[in-house]
Design a protein. Structure first.
Length: 588
């Protein structure tokens, strides 16, 4: 990214290049202490604090309170020597939030901020930069795949020095501070130019110099990918004599500049193979969510048969959806399993070896089949990427994924959309097969876990909570175990029913209440949980996972195969009766 897109203000302070400067009148940049009232609802969810933009705009000091709470959670002894990385997905309100972060960080003695040009930096790139420059952490401005614009969502997320989302101990601390905050410290006069690459240094009252460094949003991340993958082989696949053609949809999110630079400029894919690549504040009015519903344009283009490989990304670039020719859909639970089974196609893993595999609990057991066959350790964690980070830091985990279009490895501590795409392309380059053939051969070898997820969005919160509480009561009744349920010609017997609980094998911390699981005697699973990333009402997620290794059945339509289990799930939970919802908002 070299084009300056910033408009609208003249920086107050003449910008020093390498050395500390006071402002034009020779005075120090002043710190102001502002009295504020605490909010009770700033509890970070699965992935940071996520609310409607209007909540940040209409409630006085709402963003300031939360930013101060994050910085207050950073040990004062670490601040002056420490660097925070700041970047976001380009959504509405991001630039306002970045200016507040600059002002509040300066006033709280943070020594240095590294910010993506124009504020743009994908979530995986922030993770990469935090690790590379050994920052103490980072602040990511994103609501991921949620819609943007003035009536959409905004989010603020704190990552720690390993490059991953802050663990619960830290997010709880931030929440506690936010509930009792009475004042915040800010340098209201200090404004930075987010557009010009380079260092800007300020002399802040009572603290040593404060430096803001604006960096190219893509370069560090591109350099990391060059080390992970065989770029020569990928270049051959995308632009050699027998090249395949790809269609990558950045969905107007942050990943556009990364795709352009890495896949088009560097790997030689034609410019028109990447679409919707200019980040927009409202994602063109769409949901920047790479699934069959919200990436419908890509799906229909792929159905045309012109492209061999398709992929879409979410707003902040950590999610991915993989499609083959004619729109062949790769379920994310299968995607991570395929990468696991072909992991030696990626040079990075040849160097590091494979330390272990992991999936979140609701993700299908496809990865388990690979782990078993290849004798690799498999971990089952609660939903959310932060649980993988601990395993990676302890050297126990190399590759992991979630059913929610998240795939990644221990190269960073976030899921990584473009990494997943290059992983798939590496497999295609090495196996010289189509996406569909790779997938079908995989099922023949390992069997197939049929999987589907139903999302019921913006359900009345009380109704959703009551449905879950009632269901738990039914499931915890002694008589529930051993009970049989039938639908069509299928009958399932309950073997186990619980609310998933996880003990972290590294630090022993226990996470309770991570989702209601009904496990049947054939291994099929029905899972219910409430989303932790929604911004209004409640989202109920229903997950169904069922293994099949009869070669006659493995190519069937998952919705047909899983219809009896869906029917049973809806009957046991009485979801429709209790929420008044006749059908899900999204089916994956
Ligand atoms: C959702 C996904 C989860 C993912 C998270 C952040 O969380 O289900 O797998 O880690 O977004 O991208 P949920 O809304 O279910 O809490
Ligand atoms: Zn995301």
């Amino acid at each position: 990214m070299s084009v300056c897109m910033q408009e609208g203000y003249v920086p107050f302070i003449p910008i020093g290049t390498q050395t500390a400067q006071a402002n034009s009148s020779g005075k120090m940049v002043k710190i102001t202490v502002v009295k504020t009232s605490a909010y009770t609802d700033q509890k970070p969810g699965t992935s940071g604090l996520r609310k409607r933009v209007t909540v940040f705009q209409r409630n006085q000091h709402y963003a300031e309170n939360f930013i101060q709470s994050i910085i207050s959670a950073v040990d004062p002894s670490q601040r002056q020597e420490g660097t925070l990385v700041v970047g976001g997905d380009g959504r509405f309100f991001m630039k306002d939030a970045i200016q507040l972060i600059v002002q509040i960080a300066a006033a709280n003695g943070i020594g240095r901020l590294v910010i993506g040009q124009n504020g743009i930096m994908s979530t995986p790139a922030v993770s990469c930069v935090i690790r590379k420059i050994k920052a103490i952490g980072g602040i990511i401005l994103t609501a991921s795949h949620n819609p943007g614009g003035p009536s959409g969502d905004f989010g603020i997320k704190y990552n720690i020095s390993n490059g991953g989302p802050a663990p619960e101990g830290i997010t709880d601390k931030i929440f506690q501070i936010s509930k009792s905050i009475q004042e915040y410290h800010i340098c209201p006069e200090l404004k930075v130019d987010l557009c010009a690459i380079g260092k800007q240094t300020f002399e802040v009252d009572t603290f040593k110099p404060f430096t803001v460094e604006i960096v190219d949003s893509v370069e560090s991340y591109a350099e990391m990918l060059r080390d992970i993958f065989d770029f020569a082989a990928l270049k051959e696949l995308l632009s050699g004599p027998n090249h395949i053609s790809v269609r990558l949809d950045a969905m107007h999110g942050v990943v556009g500049p990364y795709v352009k630079k890495i896949v088009c400029d560097e790997l030689g894919s034609p410019a028109n193979s990447a679409v919707n690549c200019v980040p927009s504040e409202d994602f063109g009015g769409h949901h920047p969510d790479p699934n069959l519903t919200y990436a419908a344009d890509l799906v229909s283009t792929m159905k045309g048969g012109e492209y061999d490989f398709g992929a879409a990304f979410d707003g902040d670039g950590d999610r991915n959806m993989i499609l083959g020719k004619h729109g062949f859909f790769v379920n994310p639970s299968d995607s991570v399993a395929v990468i696991g089974a072909n992991i030696t196609c990626i040079p990075y893993f040849q160097k590091t070896g494979v330390k272990g595999l992991a999936r979140s609990m609701p993700t299908s057991g496809a990865l388990d089949n690979v782990a078993k066959a290849l004798k690799m350790q498999l971990y089952e964690t609660p939903t959310g990427w932060k649980f993988f980070g601990n395993l990676m830091d302890a050297g126990k985990l190399s590759l992991c994924g979630e059913e929610s279009f998240g795939t990644g490895s221990d190269h960073i501590r976030e899921k990584d959309g473009l990494w997943a795409v290059l992983a798939w392309l590496s497999i295609l380059a090495s196996r010289k097969q189509s996406v569909e053939d790779v997938m079908k051969e995989h099922w023949q070898k390992f069997g197939r876990n049929f999987f589907t997820r139903y999302d019921y969005e913006e359900v009345d919160s009380d109704a959703a909570n009551k449905m879950i509480a009632d269901l738990q009561q039914i499931m915890f009744d002694k008589a529930f175990i051993g009970q049989t349920f039938s639908s069509g010609d299928k009958t399932y017997k309950v073997e186990k029913a619980d609310n998933f609980e996880y003990t972290d094998p590294v630090d022993g911390s226990v996470s309770k209440g991570q989702g209601l699981r009904i496990i049947f005697s054939d291994g099929s699973r029905i899972i219910f949980r409430l989303s932790g990333t929604g911004s209004a009402g409640a989202t109920i997620r229903l997950y169904i996972d069922s293994f099949e290794n009869d070669p006659q059945k493995i190519y069937q339509d998952p919705q047909v195969m899983l219809a009896p289990l869906v029917d049973i799930a809806l009957r046991i939970s009485q979801l429709q009766e209790k929420t008044g919802r006749n059908g899900p908002t999204v089916i994956t």
